[in-house]
Design a protein. Structure first.
Ligand code: PAF
Length: 282
């Protein structure tokens, strides 16, 4: 496994692979690699000649009061895990090589970026769209892999690719869950034992509402209320940012069932923000 830290060298290496006709599969991460990331790596490896994983805690996607400084950084373990999983290239740039002193260009996917998580994390998706656009330019991947846990992020990248005619095929892979249903996330490491137990309420709530809808409950006002009640019943939840049923195409709240329906929620347990979602297909 090669470790590349310079964007210029990464670009040159990618050019050689392109010239040789080898496709690049790209898995962007902020490190603290876990089973969710590994599922993306496996998918990338099965579909491409070369798999590149980036590890970059992107300052542009954190607000001033967010967890940039304390975001888990486990680089030695990440390198070891990537090697074990058969990653070909780890791209680990530093912030200065990505954002120069004169950096002034941001990519904003208007509309979609302001809904759901975007309403609580102003500027977050502009930071995500900007770094992904830069990585696409540096790496020139044929395919890029994201997890469904960050459903809105996947939609925004998909729109970015379409709107800016970027030649990358996006694949959104299923959320990987712990045995008790908790969606695997690097931020789960912030949870203490009690909070970790409480966090399963997200999955239990989504599952219960999804089963009710599949069994014929079609009143989405009642379903949303029930969803909020289940979350509120967990005393360690300090804030429900959103919990409801949305169109997976627009992220707008829906009041009548469609073929595909997005159940999504964001809550805080203490000051730890957790998100989860489920698609209900009828
Ligand atoms: O989902 C993440 O880890 C990040 O938002 C991403 C896609 C790596 C961009 O920094």
């Amino acid at each position: 496994m090669k470790i590349i830290r310079s964007p210029e060298i990464m670009h040159e290496v990618s050019k050689i692979h392109l010239f040789e006709g080898t496709t690049i599969g790209f898995v962007p991460t902020m490190g603290a690699l876990h089973e969710g990331h590994m599922s993306l790596v496996r998918k990338a490896k099965s579909e491409n000649g070369v798999t590149v994983v980036s590890i970059f805690v992107n300052p542009a996607q954190f607000g001033p009061s967010e967890d940039f400084d304390k975001y888990p950084r486990t680089i030695e373990a990440d390198i070891e895990r990537s090697q074990r999983e058969g990653v070909d290239i780890l791209f680990i740039p530093d912030a200065k090589s990505i954002y120069s002193d004169t950096f002034a260009t941001y990519v904003n996917v208007a509309g979609l970026s302001d809904k759901l998580c975007g309403a609580f994390r102003r500027g977050h998706f502009t930071g995500v769209a900007t770094i992904i656009c830069k990585f696409f330019n540096i790496l020139m991947p044929a395919r890029a892999y994201f997890g469904q846990k960050d459903f809105q992020q996947g939609m925004i990248i998909s729109r970015l690719i379409k709107d800016l005619n970027i030649n990358v095929k996006l694949t959104v892979c299923p959320t990987v869950r712990e045995k008790d249903g908790l969606a695997i996330s690097s931020r789960n490491s912030y949870l203490n034992a009690q909070q970790r137990r409480a966090a399963t309420v997200l999955y239990r709530t989504l599952l219960s509402i999804s089963q009710a809808i599949k069994a014929g409950d079609s009143n989405l006002i009642v379903a949303k209320k029930e969803m909020n009640n289940m979350l509120k019943a967990e005393p360690l939840i300090s804030e429900i940012q959103y919990a409801g049923i949305y169109s997976p195409d627009t992220l707008d709240e829906i009041f009548e069932l469609e073929k595909e329906n997005l159940l999504a929620t964001s809550v805080r347990i203490g000051d730890i923000r957790l998100i989860d979602n489920m698609i209900v297909t009828l």
